[in-house]
Design a binder for this molecule. Structure first.
Ligand SMILES: Cc1ncc(COP(=O)(O)O)c(C=O)c1O
Length: 386
């Protein structure tokens, strides 16, 4: 078939196969504990749902401007001013269909055939695919404990080549949950600027920070492309809403791309999201953050007793990235057996890592404490047989 050969580089999510297996087992009556899915288990906060319902009742069902509702762009700018001490001109904010929409726009603008992109390995797999679809080659730099599981300035210096045009960062990161410190982030931004490159900072898990106050690249630079979303902290995965903060000169071409690629983000979702920044909603979201923090602790303690705790506890997101090499060097079959023998669903590392994924797994703490405790007991039973 004469189709785009770049699509051949887009790998399927291995976890979807596991999810199907898990669902089949549930349908057969097994009690499966889900720790594989990368979305909060909480419902969208009630004030957001009410605002969405009102938008529908009031007939807000037509296109908005491509860059989004002016009121929402202003509300997002207000969020940066209030929580990050950052002055972001609303004109620099484009509202998109999820962070995915923002990544799509940025990838189309920033790379072309022959460009090279630096990113940490492990990483959110879609980043590789977005960049490859735009024609770029990926340089996935293995990271570990030494750099806090993040790409740092020294790595940028070491791996930057003449064709490199972009570095991608994510803080907190998926799959590790690790964050960049302000110092580390500033150093990477400087290292890239020195080389006249561009940076995308994915802050989609921002707000889900358990140890330190969240940080935003918007308070350090007006040149970074900063991706964010209503999916994770705000609990709105299915509403498909995110945003991109772009340097001023990039707004016009990005708006043209948005006009052509998706016209606009979903209108009812944009109206609903206006309620996300109210104090009432903030109180709900902060309560949820506390709940996630408690879950992180439960899992960390439970897994430590099995020799499976991460070398560095994650500071954010809702994931643990675990080295399972003392038990297995085949993460796919480790996860499949854990599901078939103990009904616990987790994600094989090969979804995220170019190197080392076969001896890592990702566990999402998107389940209640009692279920996490039960999961640890089941994992303990499972590894005792290996
Ligand atoms: C690091 C990262 N970036 C972007 C996304 C895309 O999220 P969404 O399009 O729902 O905003 C995800 C989703 O899991 C993610 O983990």
């Amino acid at each position: 078939m004469a189709w785009n050969s770049r699509v051949d580089h887009v790998a399927p999510f291995r976890v979807m196969h596991l999810l199907e297996m898990a669902q089949a087992r549930e349908a057969a009556g097994f009690d499966v504990i889900h720790l594989e899915v990368g979305e909060p288990d909480f419902a969208t906060p009630a004030p957001i749902i009410a605002a969405g319902q009102k938008a529908l009742t009031n007939g807000h069902t037509r296109y908005t401007p491509a860059a989004g509702l002016p009121a929402l762009r202003e509300a997002i700018a207000g969020h940066y001013a209030e929580h990050f001490n950052a002055t972001v001109d609303p004109a620099r904010i484009l509202v998109t269909p999820g962070a995915s929409g923002a990544l799509l726009l940025a990838s189309q603008l920033l790379v072309e055939t022959g460009s090279r992109v630096l990113m940490a390995d492990p990483n959110y797999p879609c980043n590789r695919h977005f960049m490859a679809l735009a024609g770029a080659e990926i340089d996935a730099v293995s990271v570990g404990r030494e750099s806090g599981w993040q790409l740092d300035a020294a790595m940028v210096a070491q791996h930057w080549r003449e064709e490199t045009s972009l570095a991608m960062l994510a803080s907190p990161s998926n799959p590790t949950g690790h964050t960049l410190s302000a110092q580390q982030l500033a150093a990477v931004l400087d290292a890239v600027a020195e080389r006249e490159g561009e940076v995308i900072v994915d802050e989609i898990y921002q707000g889900l920070n358990y140890d330190d106050a969240p940080l935003s690249a918007t308070s350090l630079s007006t040149n970074a492309f900063v991706v964010n979303s209503f999916s994770k902290y705000f609990g709105m995965t299915g509403w498909r809403l995110g945003w991109l903060v772009a340097p001023e000169h990039a707004v016009e071409p990005l708006t043209r791309l948005a006009q052509n690629m998706f016209l606009a983000a979903p209108t009812p979702s944009q109206h609903a999201a206006l309620a996300a920044f109210t104090p009432e909603c903030r109180a709900i979201l902060e309560q949820r953050r506390e709940t996630l923090k408690e879950r992180r602790q439960v899992l960390l303690e439970g897994l430590a007793s099995l020799g499976l705790a991460p070398d560095l506890p994650p500071q954010g997101a809702f994931y643990l990235w675990l080295d399972i090499s003392r038990y297995s060097r085949d993460s796919q079959s480790f996860c499949e057996r854990l599901l078939l023998e103990e009904n616990v669903a987790i994600t094989p590392g090969i979804d995220f890592a170019v190197r080392g994924g076969e001896h890592h797994v990702r566990i999402a703490f998107t389940n209640e404490v009692a279920r996490l405790e039960e999961a640890v007991a089941r994992i303990a039973r499972f590894v005792s047989r290996l």
